[in-house]
Design a protein around this ligand. Structure first.
Ligand code: CTP
Ligand code: MG
Length: 241
């Protein structure tokens, strides 16, 4: 029997995919940026830990690059097993990695929602997780996003620009949370056209995606200076815990 969609998800019924198979080119370190330490633990661990401590989350799949696998099965093996993370091989593009995660989860009928969360976002807060999970369980597709803070200009030609009304502009964050059948269909229809997030693929199949306001503290580590900011946010979160 199909469960009514409006029921809140049961403990363990949300599966997470944590894409971690990038190379961190812009971060510029010798290893994957996700190995960089924040408060003594690698970035990927923080992201996975914050999902693991949410009781709604059950299976957690992490696509990793073949070249990084020896690290996850070596020096990180204890952390991987502590958080019960299933490792799979990622792909060339982020969408290939998420697709590999989805294949790993296929056939598991107990999954009510799939949450895709960048392993490079170590600071997602529990209240934001609860909000996006609640809305996704109502609408089938919801993402965390933060209102655009700066003044945005559209450049026209060589020496002119226009100010864009930012009131309806949002920066997409993760997790991005979907009913499994929707995300699967979105990926089946994808066929390689570039997309910057999972919600874009779901939009393309004509399903609306709900925006849930999340904290801008849920930053993605892209450049080395982002790590300094993350240290500051983490110590402030610890003060208020
Ligand atoms: N990712 C992935 N598979 C890829 C590319 C990216 O799983 N082929 C993951 C990254 O590991 C990261 C997340 O997707 O956790 C967001 O991507 P991004 O921040 O762009 O990380 P990288 O691609 O590693 O960084 P860069 O673009 O600077 O190389
Ligand atoms: Mg990238």
């Amino acid at each position: 029997m199909q469960e009514p969609e409006h029921l809140p998800p049961r403990p363990g019924s949300i599966a997470a995919i944590l894409p971690a198979a990038g190379s961190g080119r812009r971060f510029g370190s010798h290893h994957n940026k996700l190995f960089a330490l924040l408060a003594g633990k690698p970035l990927w661990y923080h992201a996975a830990f914050r999902l693991r401590r949410c009781s709604l989350v059950g299976r957690m799949v992490m696509p990793v690059a073949a070249a990084d696998r020896p690290f996850f099965e070596g020096e990180f093996a204890a952390l991987v097993s502590e958080l019960e993370v299933e490792l799979v091989e990622g792909g060339e593009q982020r969408t290939d990695s998420v697709a590999a995660g989805l294949r790993q989860l296929s056939g598991d009928e107990s999954i009510r929602l799939v949450a895709v969360h960048d392993a490079a976002r170590p600071l997602v807060g529990d209240a934001d997780l609860q909000s996006v999970f609640a809305v996704a369980s109502q609408t089938g597709a919801a993402i965390l996003a933060a209102p655009v803070a700066g003044t945005i200009k559209r450049v026209i030609g060589q020496s002119d620009c226009q100010t864009v009304d930012r009131r309806d502009l949002w920066t997409a964050l993760t997790p991005q949370v979907f009913r499994p059948d929707l995300l699967k269909l979105a990926y089946e229809k994808h066929r390689g056209r570039p997309a910057t997030d999972d919600a874009e693929l779901v939009e393309r199949i004509g399903h609306s995606v709900s925006i849930v306001k999340g904290s801008a503290n849920n930053l993605k580590i892209t450049l080395p200076e982002d790590l300094l900011l993350a240290e500051a946010i983490l110590s402030q979160q610890a003060d208020h815990a």
